[in-house]
Design a protein around this ligand. Structure first.
Ligand SMILES: [Zn+2]
Length: 582
């Protein structure tokens, strides 16, 4: 997998001058085509063989290039300043110390990234650097990875390429070329990107996704953005492009106001079941303020509904874009405010009531059915619970009237490590029983065996105030907890500090996961704290659903603040309230 760097007098010229590449007759593109005609028949992905014909002319020219560097020695005295401590007093000692370490750990000698060249090196400097390298991998591969990782300048990378080409009869490996491309894209050197694009186009029938991704990104910012779309098409022949690839192409199209292409790509992205990047959605809103047509406007509202259906929240700057767009719609008098929701579920800004967290009867039935079928009965992931034990439990639950609260006894009892477990459980049960709630405590058989942590008298008092089910010590609690709570009905809540994240991941599809999350938010009682001798305090259960929502003449959109890190099981607290001025 190599790329032939044909004879050139000046490498910078090779990379920058289009006439060199595209001129008729003597163009290097033509050289490629003739040199590689045998290879081009081999169209496997990644598959180009290294059968570059030796080109004496190219070697000679590259040698001339090396001389050119040497001639410039005087002028380029500080050419390797960032690298100079390798050659300065004390450096050899340092190096030998490093080499000693290397013998033990077999690490490359340049460990400190400050020793990566910061300016282009001459060929002999690269030779020296290579001599000092003691790593297991090839020097070229290692140094190019380091340079890519530390975002070295394009000029430095180019000098590495020149050196590699000089040593290898004008050959530069595909891998090295892609790393160079990465740096050009990173530093937004569009003309370099286009040159590499030309080389690759001529040289390879197909690329791997990494190179496609880089070229798409690089080209989408250039005047040749439409060619990024062609690359996307090529990519589709071998794999599904990523949401980033779509983002780049959509961004490119939106920058040129080609909205039809942008919406088509967006549709295609959804068609692949990819979740678009929030930046992509934001880009549509940002352009929207300059476009005054109903079609575009409806599409933007579809995006908001997409956020709703997928329980996604815009970030802060995206929320600003949404606000700006609404306020720009002519004749509709939208006004946006950043706000919070009161505990009662009312918007602090407009006073409207936010949707309830309660599941509708249809949603509840759907979720219950899925969990019973896919998770409790059919789930391989709960092998730790024997089917026999689960059936015994089902019979037990069906023989009891519905519960109000199901308690994960073991989990709750272990919440306060300094207190005795049976005592913690008893306090909780007594506190809830006083409120005339029907309780179910799920426990393990070992809790009934007398021990210092589990006192028999306390456990007997627990059993007097609550129904109890003690499972085998090896069972997992989750299926029991879910089954009992769901079976009891929509009013029933459960107590555990477990957030059941693993469990959620086992749910079969996105809709079930969303409903589960909503149900969990509305039904899980988490103990916030407890002081000795005092009551347990539960975390407040939100009465409203934190999700993008509309009533037609208002929108309420929860969003994530930039500086607040939110875990997947938490919901944002900040909202954008949009309403029409009356
Ligand atoms: Zn409001």
């Amino acid at each position: 997998m190599t790329f032939c760097l044909p004879g050139v007098g000046s490498l910078p010229k090779l990379w920058t001058s289009k006439s060199v590449w595209l001129g008729p007759g003597h163009s290097y593109l033509c050289l490629f085509l003739t040199d590689f005609c045998g290879v081009r028949n081999n169209q496997r992905w990644f598959s180009l063989k290294t059968t570059c014909l030796q080109n004496t002319k190219s070697i000679n020219l590259l040698i001339a290039k090396a001389r050119h560097f040497r001639k410039d020695e005087g002028r380029n005295k500080n050419v390797s300043s960032g690298f100079s401590d390798l050659f300065s007093a004390g450096a050899a000692k340092k190096r030998s110390q490093m080499n000693c370490q290397n013998k033990v750990h077999d690490l490359p000698s340049i460990k400190n990234t400050s020793q990566l060249p910061t300016e282009p090196l001459r060929l002999e400097d690269w030779d020296k650097l290579k001599e000092d390298f003691k790593g297991k991998v090839s020097f070229e591969s290692w140094i190019s990875s380091q340079m890519a990782h530390h975002h070295s300048s394009v000029d430095v990378a180019k000098s590495l390429l020149a050196w590699v080409a000089a040593k290898n009869n004008g050959l530069v490996g595909y891998d090295l070329l892609v790393k160079y491309l990465y740096l050009c894209v990173f530093h937004k050197q569009t003309s370099e990107v286009i040159d590499i694009y030309e080389i690759m186009k001529a040289r390879y029938k197909n690329l791997e996704p990494g190179a496609y991704t880089l070229l798409i990104r690089g080209l989408s910012h250039s005047d040749r953005w439409r060619e990024a779309l062609l690359l996307l098409e090529d990519m589709k022949k071998v794999t599904i492009p990523s949401r980033k690839n779509y983002h780049d192409c959509i961004q490119g199209a939106l920058l040129r106001q080609d909205v039809d292409i942008a919406w088509n790509l967006y549709q295609e992205l959804l068609g692949h079941n990819l979740i678009p990047m929030l930046e992509t959605l934001k880009a549509f809103f940002d352009l929207g303020k300059d476009i005054k047509d109903d079609y575009y406007s409806n599409k933007l509202q579809d995006i908001l509904l997409y956020l709703r259906n997928n329980q996604l929240y815009p970030g802060e700057s995206f929320a600003h874009s949404i606000k700006t767009w609404f306020e720009s719609v002519p004749g509709q008098q939208w006004k946006g405010e950043f706000t919070t929701i009161r505990k009662s579920g009312q918007c602090s800004s407009c006073g409207k009531t936010i949707e309830s967290i309660e599941l509708s009867p249809e949603e509840y039935e759907f979720l219950t059915g899925k969990i019973m079928r896919d998770v409790i009965d059919g789930g391989d992931q709960y092998k730790k619970t024997t089917p026999w034990e689960l059936r015994t439990f089902e019979k037990f639950v069906k023989s009891c009237p519905p519960f109000d609260i199901v308690i994960d006894g073991l989990n709750v009892a272990k919440m306060f490590p300094k207190a005795r477990e049976s005592q913690v459980l008893l306090e909780l049960v007594s506190q809830l029983a006083k409120q005339n709630l029907r309780l179910l405590v799920l426990g393990r058989k070992h809790m009934l065996k007398k021990s210092s942590r589990w006192r028999k008298d306390e456990m007997e008092m627990v059993q007097k105030q609550a129904s109890c089910f003690f499972a085998d010590d090896i069972s997992k609690d989750d299926p029991f907890l879910l089954y009992a709570t769901l079976h009891s009905g929509n009013h029933c809540k459960f107590v555990t500090k477990d957030l059941m994240r693993d469990h959620k991941a086992c749910l079969p599809d996105a809709k079930t996961q969303r409903l589960f999350f909503k149900w969990q938010q509305g039904h899980q009682l988490a103990i916030r704290n407890k002081f000795p001798g005092s009551k347990m305090i539960f975390q407040h259960i939100l009465s409203y659903n934190t999700v993008v929502q509309t009533t037609g003449d208002s929108w309420h959109i929860p969003y994530d603040e930039d500086r607040v890190e939110r875990y997947s099981y938490e919901v944002p607290t900040k909202w954008l309230c949009l309403h029409r001025k009356t």
